[in-house]
Design a protein. Sequence first.
Length: 242
Amino acid sequence: MRIPTANGKRLFAWFIPLPEGIKNGPAVAVIHGWGGNAGHMLPFASLLHHEGYAVLLLDARNHGNSDDDSFSSMPRFAEDLEHGLDWLGRQPRIDPQRLYLLGHSVGAAAALLVASRRQDLAGVISIAAFAHPVEMMRRQMRSHHIPYLPIGWLVLRYIERTIKANFDDIAPCNTIRQGSCPVLLVHGEEDESVPLADARRIYANRLDDRVKLLLLPETGHDSREAISTHGESLLAFLRRSA
């Protein structure tokens, strides 16, 4: 299926409706990480649907089967997620007061950004989110032996102008303080792409106990392989948030 966006681009998505017999039920919008697609998130769809949730699996722009656009960014992931949420809230049998987000990596950061702007979310599951985009990109620069001064600094300023967003304003370590819904931060203890310290930093900056932290032992950045072991913890969070 296709979901239109404000600039005329269309998002590809898979929609798994509520199980038969459920009326005014909950729904989860799910988004992948950088370079991923909706198919990578299918293990979450199975877990959620068996629990009685409708599931919308989105391809962000420039990913999967969605339309191409001029560039990709975490704020654009967030825009795409909001279009998916708005579409979900209009569907029959779905309770618009019981909408959840689940995102992985950049998609997780986008989910936290969306949650900081909306008051109609029932909860967010953030898997392997980075704490701050500047630190994430500086790690990438170091791995490619790119000096921060002057090249790296200039690159970051150019990206800010391109995406029309201040990095501090969209950083998960800051947006975590602005939302009002429950949040579950999930992170693999062996994540080499986004260090565990990022999850701890986001969690340490929380305002209150609506934010929880779930650490997955012996799990890397691609946390999907741990679903069969830790899926019940995700479902327990959703039940408490209902």
